[in-house]
Design a protein around this ligand. Structure first.
Ligand code: HEC
Length: 431
């Protein structure tokens, strides 16, 4: 976003305060304060404003308190958390990209970080987890309705009096805490019900595994189950860089990190490897080294302690690298993975524009996640998606694209996902 662009906007809308919020696109049809209030309400909460609500926010809009109105709508409506944010983050938690998947520890964490206005970029590396909290139902617990007595012996349920609900404690092998909380319609806006904790002892017992969403059970189930964990980078790229692997394909990158399972002459043709396969694998196998200690088996994420079993069922080795990583050998001279080192080879060439974080190599998902957290394209990609979520259109016009740039710039400064939603909603309610 250049200063020049701002000047254009200011000239056009001289009567409006010089804030990002009022860089409303001129392609919007003229909307009166009541329509604006209603639009603001529905875009942020997923609900339709009734008369009382429309009256209230229309008055605020007329009084020039439009940002305060947006903030109040977000703060006081479960819909923003249980509908808007849930639908926004859920497609990132599964390969199908569907909204129709249950809440899990990854999506709950993204919602919690947004709600509590925590620096959003920490979600790619830090020791953060959101869980539901309540009173543990035990034999000695008091004040719990007798219908929940059946849970007393198992010590694995939490009582949430406000919701008259008993939900399971966090389980590393199941998503039941999150699924049941969602079914009981527990409000994710409720700071006593959905609380910030840390990942240790919950998602993993190994400190070295902790890397923001990359070490949640939700991410592990989606992207470390079967396969070779390459999905972890591919879906990071899709969801947080807004790039498909095809767009990253660069056949000029040296291939010393391409693993042994990639055939160097598919169908007998080395040309195919050189003009196609290498374009993704040179870069992604180099970055994906960060994820090779993870696996997802028997319902749980595993990290760095893997038993490789031969065809007789005998354990042949125990090591940090998940056995599946080196299992297929199509090309013996290809990269054998023995550590979780990663290198960013896409810092140069056609993918340099992404504005990757400065660190170009490291070990493990935490350091890779820190590099991702600094990456410019993560800001513009999230700004674009938030714009789409609250404005119901792809930013394809020049004006919309500029708006997204301004939103991304603001998001870069404050790292505040809640503000990003508010700012985006305000830019597209018309004026
Ligand atoms: C557009 C990018 C791209 C190109 C081009 C590409 N791959 Fe891949 N490849 C991927 C991604 C992404 C994965 C991980 C898929 C997943 O696990 O969901 C993958 C996975 C693989 C795997 C591991 C499969 C497994 O079981 O996990 C092999 C082997 C492989 N590719 C070989 C090749 C070969 C050979 C070519 C050329 C014919 C090729 N790839 C071309 C992106 C690409």
């Amino acid at each position: 976003m250049t200063k020049g662009v701002r000047v254009v906007f200011i000239k056009k809308k001289q009567l409006l305060p010089l804030t990002l919020l009022l860089l409303a696109s001129s392609v919007e049809v003229q909307a009166g304060p009541r329509d604006q209030a209603k639009k603001l309400y529905s875009s942020l909460t997923g609900n339709t404003a009734n008369k009382a609500i429309a009256d209230k926010y229309e008055k605020m809009v007329k009084d020039g308190k439009i940002k305060a109105a947006a903030k109040e709508i977000v703060e006081s409506n479960q819909g923003f958390y249980n509908v808007t944010l849930k639908n926004f983050f859920t497609p990132m938690s599964n390969e199908d990209g569907t909204q129709f998947a249950p809440l899990n520890d990854m999506t709950a964490t993204l919602i919690g970080v947004t709600r509590d206005e925590i620096d959003f970029f920490r979600v790619f590396w830090d020791n953060i987890l959101y869980q539901f909290d309540g009173q543990l139902i035990t034999n000695s617990a008091s004040g719990i309705p007798s219908k929940f007595d059946k849970y007393k012996a198992t010590n694995d349920r939490l009582y949430l009096s406000k919701y008259d609900a008993a939900i399971p404690i966090y389980n590393r092998t199941k998503n039941n805490m999150y699924e049941e909380a969602e079914k009981m319609n527990i409000s994710y806006s409720d700071t006593s019900a959905l609380v910030q904790t840390q990942q240790n002892t919950y998602t993993t017992r190994n400190e070295a595994a902790i890397a923001g969403i990359f070490s949640t059970r939700g991410w592990a189930k989606a992207y470390y189950e079967a396969g070779t964990n390459r999905a972890s980078f591919a879906y990071f790229a899709k969801n947080f860089l807004c790039l498909e692997m095809e767009e990253l394909n660069d056949t000029t990158i040296p291939d010393f990190r391409v693993r042994r399972d990639v055939d160097r002459a598919p169908g007998g043709k080395t040309e195919t490897y050189k003009t196609f396969c290498v374009g993704c694998h040179a870069g992604q196998d180099a970055l994906g080294g960060a994820f090779v200690y993870y696996d997802f088996t028997s319902g749980a994420m595993r990290y760095a302690e893997h038993e490789d079993v031969d065809e007789n069922g005998d354990i042949v080795s125990v090591g940090p690298v998940a056995p599946k990583i080196n299992k297929n050998n199509m090309f013996p001279d290809g990269k054998i993975t023995i550590s979780d080192s990663w290198i960013n080879l896409w810092n140069e060439g056609q993918n340099a524009y992404i504005g990757w974080g400065e660190t170009t190599s490291g070990n493990g998902a935490k350091s890779l996640g820190k590099m991702f957290a600094e990456t410019k394209q993560v800001r513009s990609c999230l700004a674009k998606q938030v714009f789409e979520s609250v404005c119901y259109r792809t930013p394809s016009s020049e004006e919309d694209k500029r708006t997204v740039e301004v939103l991304a710039e603001e998001f870069d400064k404050d790292g505040n996902m809640k503000n990003l939603f508010i700012n985006a909603a305000l830019t597209c309610i018309g004026d």
